[in-house]
Design a protein around this ligand. Structure first.
Ligand code: NAP
Length: 323
């Protein structure tokens, strides 16, 4: 019996039901694609599972300035596309769908994708993370009507308008800088008086004529009628509330790891990221993790790709040594 995979971009792959893979890679972002690249080059029978698009969250970043070898920077989209092209040259088997559960048996692992089971000697979890939500009134109501988590996707709608960015990390500040291409005014709302972002981008934003700061301030409510027209902000020092008029709110307050498929099976840190050793081994034998889903100190494309390469190599060693 054969199983047809989800009908998705130009690829109809047919997989034998009892076909077992050497490695199943869950997630097609930079970590998963690099794991696939290394696994395929090692001649491992490889299955890549991706729920949406190859390239991952990095494709929503306008420009990546710190990926080695690209002195003029590269757009997230182009880097994602190049990675995809590189992997596709090796004719990978791809299943389009959401991996809802990973099970660990003695000799093999099972990955359940949209109700179908795929078996692998090893699994690499490279499911990345999703943007964190503020959880304030109006956020859900106005998502898609002024509230956004992707400046690259939605920034162009705000030509000469006022927008607000919530957050103080690299994502918030870099995307605020990106938004100055379109918006007439970009206000950053940050809960402290110091940015978490790297100094080089922080200084660029702080000296930018279109960027304004609301320091020591939290966002309390997003308001509007049909679309967003303001955000209620509390000054944490004076305790006073004020309404900042705005046409759009971009939320960049960090990310939550996508660990639902392996919950209860691998050890997580206190924030829910998967704990691995330096070889990307999780607490479950034969299951490896790579990229943003993993507990680590530096979440960058370059560390994601490095994790992916190491995870694929560790999977190969696991298969060869049988442990
Ligand atoms: P992040 O570094 O965790 O920063 C999150 C920011 O949001 C912090 O400033 C935090 O404030 C604030 N925040 C968190 N929860 C909040 C809440 N409920 N309300 C208001 N503010 C809140 O996240 P990120 O900027 O998305 O970056 C994630 C990782 O990717 C980081 O490791 C970052 O270095 C990396 N990254 C790198 C680049 C690059 O190098 N090109 C670009 C983007 C991201 P506090 O500062 O007070 O904690």
């Amino acid at each position: 019996m054969v199983i047809k995979t989800q009908p998705k971009p130009q690829q109809a792959i047919i997989i034998e039901e009892d076909q077992s893979f050497d490695v199943i890679i869950v997630g097609g972002g930079p970590a998963g694609l690099t794991a696939a690249l290394y696994a395929l080059r090692s001649k491992l029978n490889t299955l890549l599972v991706e729920k949406m698009i190859l390239g991952g969250l990095a494709t929503t970043t306008y420009k990546i300035d710190n990926y080695p070898g690209f002195p003029d920077g590269i757009t997230g989209q182009e880097l994602g596309q190049r990675l995809e092209n590189q992997v596709k040259k090796l004719s990978p088997t791809i299943v389009w769908g959401k991996a809802v559960q990973v099970k660990n048996g003695k000799r093999s692992r099972e990955v359940i994708v949209d109700g179908k089971s795929y078996f692998g000697k090893t699994v690499v979890i490279a499911t990345g993370s999703d943007p964190a939500k503020l959880g304030i009134p109006g956020e859900e109501t106005f998502t898609g009507r002024g509230v956004s988590y992707c400046a690259v996707c939605d920034g162009a709608f705000y030509q000469d308008k006022s927008v607000v960015v919530v957050g103080g990390g690299n994502s918030a500040v870099e995307e605020a800088l990106f938004l100055t291409r379109y918006a007439g005014k970009v206000s950053i709302i940050h809960r402290r008086d110091k940015l978490r972002a790297d100094r080089i981008v922080a200084e660029k934003a702080q000296s930018h004529p279109k960027i304004y700061f609301h320091w020591n301030s939290t966002a309390e409510e997003i308001i509007g009628d049909k679309n967003v027209n303001g955000i209620v902000v509390r000054d944490l020092l004076s305790k006073k509330k004020l309404t900042v008029p705005t046409d759009g709110v971009f939320v960049y307050i960090g990310y939550h790891p996508n660990i639902e498929a392996v919950k209860g099976m691998v050890k997580l840190d206190e924030r829910g990221f998967i704990i691995t050793d330096e070889n990307m081994k999780t607490s479950a034998p034969g299951i490896f993790a790579a990229g943003d889903v993993r507990a680590k100190s530096l979440r960058q494309v370059v560390t994601a790709t490095a994790d992916g390469a190491i995870a694929a190599n560790s999977a190969r060693e696991f298969i060869e040594k049988g442990k």
